[in-house]
Design a protein around this ligand. Structure first.
Ligand code: HEC
Ligand code: HEC
Ligand code: HEC
Ligand code: HEC
Length: 363
């Protein structure tokens, strides 16, 4: 073996060391013969388990007595709770969002009714957002629901958020990339557009890429757009710790009748993420201090990883919500996405829950 070959071999070993070390476990997910198999690595799953443990709930409080709105001065969201439940919710919020700083992360200790600290103003909107998810996005979160902990996990800012990417600078010292992508963690180190989020998890841009007509006339989809779609799909797979076949049958990625029920849940997840970003997080931009904003001045926003953090269901499907009635909220039907209704993007029909309508919209 000559020296060149040894170098090549070493290079190959180095390149492969970026891959996962065995053993891996394969679990059949679809029908036999469809190749719909999930590959798990027990070592990585064990690491994953530790970030998905649920903290003990605060001791139960009395639901009787006067309402918070009757006792406190400046309560706009939690007024319907008993004083005991209100105070318990404050203690839980502190444990979930500001365990190091305590109540004064949001409160002026001289006057708890004061709204002068921005974190309190943000937290009030977060309370409304959490209630909205639990009441109006059951199509995604079921009765498991979410609490502040689902996203925050004891951090002031959730571990996984996104900002709009900085546009490429053609006069950069490191060279002009002429619009080419570079590998990015956000899309599983694939060389795909590294910000599919601005396109697809805000606004209502069409995600579908498969042509819907035999001839290309009138087909809006382009290879460039397909790259962005694949970028989003890489993010979704990574965020949930699953392969593409968790949702798709590779015989046809587009076909809903061949897809798993999880793909329908994911479809609602995309609409929910857009709703949270557009209706709750982006409007808070001017409330945040500049140091919290991204390189282009936008607010940190949510994607699939914000809640899922590598698990197919956040916290492996354990419900913390059941112990926190103050976060349940009541439904506001107008805000719910209509299953079966056409979305803002003309080429994206909504999947409906029933098997017949899934069949009808195959392709
Ligand atoms: C993450 C931010 C945050 C933390 C931490 C926090 N609070 Fe609050 N607190 C709020 C928000 C938001 C409201 C207003 C709720 C509403 O409008 O329904 C509030 C309201 C209150 C009020 C009502 C004041 C009034 O008269 O209007 C009291 C009392 C209170 N909190 C106590 C506490 C205590 C005690 C702690 C610590 C154990 C605490 N809070 C921790 C965000 C927070
Ligand atoms: C869907 C995920 C999600 C949920 C659920 C959620 N948050 Fe947040 N929260 C975020 C994101 C994303 C940010 C970051 C915004 C930024 O920095 O621009 C944030 C920021 C905050 C901040 C500002 C912290 C700082 O230091 O600037 C507070 C306070 C906060 N959240 C409180 C809460 C409370 C209280 C709850 C539960 C009632 C809650 N959040 C639920 C996603 C979430
Ligand atoms: C968690 C579920 C989920 C995973 C995992 C997933 N997808 Fe998707 N995929 C979807 C959903 C939902 C849509 C439809 C999005 C829409 O129309 O809004 C979609 C759409 C697509 C489309 C467009 C189909 C069309 O109609 O043109 C392609 C291509 C695709 N996915 C490829 C992939 C690839 C490749 C992977 C793995 C890297 C993957 N997906 C992983 C849920 C998933
Ligand atoms: C606000 C938090 C939150 C966000 C953001 C979120 N999810 Fe979820 N997701 C959940 C919860 C909670 C569940 C569990 C629901 C249950 O137990 O039925 C779930 C369940 C799912 C499931 C079903 C898994 C299964 O095995 O049945 C899929 C698929 C999924 N989410 C995909 C996504 C995708 C894709 C995104 C991003 C576009 C996303 N989620 C964003 C909270 C979230």
């Amino acid at each position: 073996m000559n020296a060149n070959r040894v170098i090549l071999l070493l290079g190959a070993l180095l390149a492969l060391s970026g891959c996962e070390r065995p053993p891996v476990v394969a679990v059949q997910h679809g029908y036999r013969g469809t190749g719909m198999v999930e590959i798990y690595n027990p070592r990585l799953l064990a690491q994953q388990a530790s970030i998905n443990e649920v903290p003990a709930s605060q001791p139960a409080a009395s639901q009787d007595g006067p309402r918070a709105s009757q006792i406190f001065k400046n309560v706009k969201v939690l007024g319907d709770q008993s004083v005991g439940e209100f105070t318990r919710t404050m203690a839980a919020m502190t444990q979930w969002v500001a365990p190091q700083q305590g109540c004064t992360y949001c409160h002026n200790p001289q006057n708890f009714a004061d709204d002068s600290i921005y974190t309190k103003v943000v937290a009030r909107r977060m309370l409304e957002m959490t209630r909205h998810v639990n009441a109006d996005w059951k199509s995604h979160v079921g009765t498991t629901g979410v609490t502040c902990y689902t996203c925050h996990r004891g951090n002031n800012i959730p571990a996984a958020t996104w900002f709009a990417a900085v546009p490429q600078n053609p006069h950069s010292m490191v060279g002009n990339r002429a619009g080419q992508n570079a590998p990015a963690m956000s899309v599983g180190y694939a060389s795909l557009p590294n910000d599919p989020f601005s396109l697809f998890l805000a606004g209502s841009e069409n995600i579908r890429v498969a042509g819907t007509t035999a001839l290309q006339s009138g087909n809006r989809q382009s290879i460039k757009q397909a790259e962005a779609t694949y970028g989003l799909m890489m993010h979704m797979s990574r965020s949930l710790g699953v392969n593409c076949t968790y949702c798709h049958n590779t015989e046809s990625f587009a076909n809903w009748s061949l897809s798993t029920p999880q793909r329908v849940t994911a479809w609602y997840g995309i609409r929910m993420a857009r709703d949270l970003n557009d209706a709750y997080l982006t409007p808070l931009t001017s409330t945040f201090p500049a140091m919290r904003l991204g390189p282009t001045g936008d607010v940190a926003k949510a994607n699939c990883a914000t809640c899922h953090q590598g698990a197919f269901k956040p916290l492996y499907g354990q419900s913390m919500l059941k112990d926190y009635p103050a976060l349940m909220g009541s439904p506001h039907p107008t805000a719910v996405a209509e299953p079966g209704a056409a979305s803002a993007a003309p080429l994206a029909p909504a999947p409906a829950a029933s098997a017949t309508s899934l069949q009808a919209m195959a392709n």
